[in-house]
Write a protein that binds this ligand. Structure first.
Ligand code: ADP
Length: 467
């Protein structure tokens, strides 16, 4: 039988060559690469795949005091775990790094040089638009196989049919099945990084075997959200089956690896399957989405303190994004989730970008997006501040749809003329003032999230005193 991931020796058993390493700071998250049973009382035993957080840096760089997701603490050997880092956004992360788009037959042959049997790529067919060509290096020659798109499926030999290119490549990687060779090594497109490799390298890749999916709890735009169990922790899982859509969600997941805040829905990891399915595993938010929460409970259950608490939760997350130069672009109460202990957390980082990048204004949520972002695609932290003002209005109206009674196509012209929504029933003036400041047509005049947070904290203390 093969070795069972027994893991390397720890420094209690032997002393590795005085490895000078920078100690990991407190709060560093790690993923276990091997199972560690522990040898003393103080040890924290863990299984391969467990997520651990460093809580104390010890004098010995080979050992850390850490905490597991259940809250148990103990000592762990550093060489059994891998530190998690943010996924690098430099190269383009791709699920199909072997896909080269529209290149010619000659270019493909040059790319597969020097020859190496099993080296392959896929290109778009030049002669038959809509079809693809699989190019494989085989004993010094390059073979070109036409992939026909027929009745919604892909096939080379009209015997084996596949839903997408990833499934086709997966199949011929296992077995030549009539080709000159099986597919062994992808010729990766320049500037592209295989998403699978990058998620593993940075410590965010989870094992499908460790994940149990239970039932569907939500319908996302592109796939189901399910509740599940990852090694004893209740989790939410976004399941994306379509390879093209999965590619879009890779961006969302890679943004999430770079962010960590108590008021942001935390990513636990991702699973990328050979067939193109993608699973994004996050913490489970038992009370669901904030709009539904507000609508279903209403003002009889949710008091002013609770509203202010949610407003602050969201503001703190946004102040964190502001400080780190991330722009959310889709802030709205529907994209805020509520945890079991009633903490609001911002989610849905699908459109989140580092501040510098630009974006096509595909399907923007008109009622939440600032005028300058709608008109000139000028997204910034200040356009997030505008959306935050709308979110405050949603909060204090217990989940009403903004701009009630105004037809959608009249919203933008009226807002650009200076129209602002009125104060929701029962909303304190101090909070309404914040909303109107967020809705200043001049983004430069809108308050920062940092400032908003201070103002909300003052309000919350003021209200506390009066009661
Ligand atoms: P999409 O962005 O694809 O539209 P969402 O992220 O909005 O998908 O998820 C759809 C629904 O699934 C949400 O409204 C919510 O009810 C549920 N949901 C999503 N993530 C979680 C989570 N982490 N915990 C609990 N429920 C969730």
């Amino acid at each position: 039988a093969p070795h069972h991931d027994r893991g390397p020796g720890t420094s209690r058993e032997y002393s590795p060559n005085a490895n000078i390493q920078v100690p990991w700071p407190q709060g560093t998250e790690c993923i276990a690469r091997y199972t560690f049973k522990g040898t003393s009382e103080q040890d924290l035993p863990f299984n391969k795949g467990d997520v651990l957080t460093i809580i104390v840096v010890t004098k010995d760089p080979n050992w850390y005091k850490a905490k597991n997701t259940a809250g148990r603490e103990g000592t762990i050997p550093a060489n059994y775990v891998q530190k998690r880092e943010g996924v690098k956004s430099g190269g383009k992360l791709s699920l199909m790094p072997w896909f080269h788009g529209k290149i010619t037959r000659d270019q493909a042959e040059r790319l597969l040089n020097p020859p190496e049997t099993g080296l392959f790529l896929v290109r778009e067919s030049t002669n038959f638009p809509g079809d693809y060509t699989l190019c494989v290096s085989c004993e010094g020659k390059v073979e070109h196989y036409r992939i026909i798109y027929a009745k919604g499926k892909l096939t080379i030999d009209e015997e084996g049919y596949f839903e997408n290119l990833m499934q086709l490549v997966e199949h011929y990687s296992k077995d030549a099945d009539g080709l000159c060779t099986r597919l062994i090594k992808p010729k990766v497109e320049e500037g592209t990084v295989a998403a699978q490799d990058e998620f593993s390298r940075s410590g965010w890749s989870l094992n499908r075997k460790d994940l149990k999916l239970d039932q569907v709890i939500g319908k996302g735009e592109f796939g189901d959200v399910m509740v599940g169990d990852y090694r004893g922790t209740k989790v939410a899982v976004k399941c994306i089956k379509n390879d093209a859509t999965a590619q879009a969600f890779i961006a969302e997941a890679s943004v999430m690896t770079q962010l960590r805040h108590d008021n942001l829905v935390q990513l636990l990891g991702v699973i990328v399957e050979e067939n193109g399915s993608l699973y994004i595993v996050t913490e489970f938010m038992a009370k669901g989405c904030l709009v539904d929460y507000l609508r279903s409970r209403g003002r009889t259950v949710i008091d002013g303190d609770a509203l202010l608490h949610f407003a602050l939760n969201v503001c703190e997350a946004m102040a964190y994004l502001e400080a780190n130069n991330f722009v959310h672009r889709d802030l709205a109460a529907r994209n805020v989730l509520v945890s079991d202990d009633s903490i609001a957390k911002v989610s849905d980082f699908g459109l989140t970008k580092e501040a510098s990048s630009t974006q096509d204004a595909a399907k923007l949520p008109v009622k939440w997006t600032s005028p300058e972002a709608l008109r000139e695609k000028r997204f910034s932290t200040k356009s997030d501040v505008w959306s935050y003002g709308i979110l405050l209005w949603e909060l204090y109206s217990f989940g009403r749809v903004p701009y009630p009674k105004i037809p959608l196509k009249e919203v933008v012209p009226r807002v650009e003329n200076g129209y602002k929504m009125g104060c929701p029933d029962g909303c304190p003036d101090v909070v309404y003032n914040l909303m109107t400041e967020c809705w200043n047509l001049d983004p430069g005049v809108r308050p920062s999230f940092h400032k908003l947070k201070e103002r909300l904290q003052d309000i919350s203390q003021g209200i506390g005193k009066r009661h």
